[in-house]
Design a protein around this ligand. Structure first.
Ligand SMILES: Nc1nc2c(ncn2[C@@H]2O[C@H](COP(=O)(O)OP(=O)(O)OP(=O)(O)O)[C@@H](O)[C@H]2O)c(=O)[nH]1
Ligand SMILES: [Mg+2]
Length: 489
């Protein structure tokens, strides 16, 4: 059957004048909001200056444990009597009085659904919070007693600004630095690797055969998009890969239609620019630009504008046990994320994200899945991997810390026949005991070394029962709090 000729979408067809007026409107709306919020803003700026407000950017790929950690953090800080936070000085000294969750000032974003996440953890049987679908924001007002030198005891409130968002969105940060032609070349390089191309050789051949010059056909692009989306999902499910674009293709069923043309080698930028409006190249370029402008830029604007501290969460255990390719891909993903921050020195992000981050923290999450004896190796491994990547931060002399945490401790250690092991419940609620494969503080240098980890991933655990009695057990969330806020309390 003959494919019909594509009707480029409204968005993609807009003339320069339409786009200008749209930008104009957006700018006016922004200015109006700024005007309205000016009073609040000056209050906000004063709080920042007086060290009463800290904005923490929680950065982590999908499944890294962001929402669970936020829930645990809020709970621990708002229940000082029940929480166990000996590593966080105000809690130990009895100066932590509690915390309140409030909407984020002037963000226009919905508030993080703490209650649903907490209800899930405390339900019977306990469940994990749902994977996040959209961005939310919050302010956590932490009430503290303080000791003033000549005036005795007083009270202060430290405001912690936080956001939660789907990890997949992070994957799109590097699109801000690439035009469509560059993105195609980048994708051609990545998709060409054995790890990916092997998953969908037929799709790769079809994408490579899509001529940039030919007239775009709706049905052909729609079918390629469906296959491309499935391919991205398979890359994640079967190979545990992280660096997948466009990231939102993994999250929702929106018809973004953002496809790479894999063979642009012979064509110069001028030749591509001169291609007809209804050619594959121009149609796909417009879709790509609409995606970047409509989806990626607003997220970066809202999330990375005022960060004081950045907390990078990594499921180091999951990645390590998924093998060398998954670890390489995680490194690739973070290289592009870190590049975005380094990019703060020039270009678009210098306007959106002023490089004011004054502390960078890495945390390996879910470490309750391995024995305590392995926690330090995880912390070291994570530090090694990410330190090499976040070189910009290192060169700027930013203090960098690495921790190993569990937001919700689901296991406990036991001794059986003279051997240490972990006991807990799996996701189906079955009681189990297991010993994890030892974790070494250096990565295997030879391919054979990786066989130590292959197929030996520890089981996924269910949250423990009985948390409704008041305590959420954790591992080193207090140490993390100390690194995040110790100098502000
Ligand atoms: N054992 C253990 N598992 C955890 C812990 N935190 C999270 N998990 C597991 O990791 C999964 C993902 O955690 P989330 O907090 O939803 O991760 P996220 O980073 O918010 O993921 P997205 O919302 O998809 O971006 C959970 O469903 C749990 O299976 C923890 O402290 N211990
Ligand atoms: Mg989440």
């Amino acid at each position: 059957m003959e494919s019909q000729v594509i009707e480029p979408r409204q968005q993609s067809l807009e003339s320069g004048t339409d786009q200008d007026s749209r930008h104009g409107k957006r700018l006016k709306e922004k200015l109006r909001r700024w005007g309205r919020g000016a009073q609040e803003k000056s209050h906000w700026a004063a709080e920042r200056l007086m060290d009463r407000r800290v904005c923490v950017g929680v950065t982590g790929l999908s499944g890294a444990g962001k929402s669970t950690l936020l829930t645990s953090l809020i709970y621990q800080l708002s229940h000082p009597q029940k929480a166990q936070l000996p590593g966080f000085a105000p809690a130990l000294n009895g100066d932590l009085l509690g915390a309140e969750l409030k909407p984020a000032l002037d963000s226009g974003l919905p508030v993080f659904d703490y209650q649903s996440c907490l209800d899930a953890l405390m339900s019977e049987p306990p469940r994990w919070p749902q994977s996040t679908r959209d961005v939310t924001a919050m302010e956590l007002h932490i009430h503290l007693r303080c000791h003033r030198r000549f005036r005795g005891k007083g009270y202060k409130t430290l405001i912690l600004e936080l956001r939660d968002y789907p990890g997949e969105w992070l994957m799109d940060l590097s699109l801000l630095r690439m035009d469509y032609r560059e993105w195609c070349r980048h994708q051609a390089h990545i998709i060409g690797s054995d790890t990916r191309a092997g998953l969908a050789p037929e799709l790769v051949t079809r994408l490579a055969a899509l001529s940039p010059r030919s007239q775009a056909k709706e049905s052909e692009l729609a079918s390629l998009w469906e296959d491309y989306r499935r391919f991205l999902q398979d890359c994640r499910k079967e190979r545990k890969l992280s660096y997948l674009q466009p990231g939102r293709a993994l999250l929702d069923n929106e018809d973004y239609g953002v496809l790479p043309l894999l063979d642009l080698r012979e064509l110069s930028a001028d030749e591509l620019a001169a291609m007809p409006d209804d050619s594959n190249y121009q149609v796909l370029r417009r879709r790509y630009e609409a995606y970047v402008q409509g989806q990626v830029t607003p997220f970066v604007e809202s999330h990375f504008r005022h960060l004081d501290r950045q907390l990078v969460l990594v499921d180091m255990i999951g990645t390590l046990f998924a093998g060398e390719q998954a670890l390489d891909d995680m490194r690739l993903a973070f290289t592009h994320i870190a590049d975005t921050f380094r990019y703060g020195e020039s270009g678009l992000l210098s306007r959106l994200w002023r490089p004011k981050v004054n502390r960078l923290l890495f945390a390996a999450t879910k470490v309750d899945q391995v024995l305590a004896a392995d926690h330090d190796a995880l912390r070291q491994l994570l530090g090694q991997q990410l330190q090499q990547i976040f070189t910009g931060a290192r060169h700027r002399g930013l203090p960098i810390f690495s921790e190993a945490i569990a937001a919700v401790r689901c296991s406990r250690e036991d001794q059986r026949n003279g051997r240490r092991m972990l006991v807990g419940h799996d996701l189906k609620g079955r009681y189990l005991g297991f010993e994890n494969a030892e974790i070494f503080s250096r990565l295997p240098s030879e391919a054979e070394g990786w066989s130590h980890y292959t197929g030996a991933a520890p089981p996924q655990l269910r949250p423990p029962q009985g948390m409704d009695s008041g305590t959420i057990p954790h591992i080193r969330v207090d140490a993390l709090l100390n690194l995040l806020l110790g100098d502000k309390v």
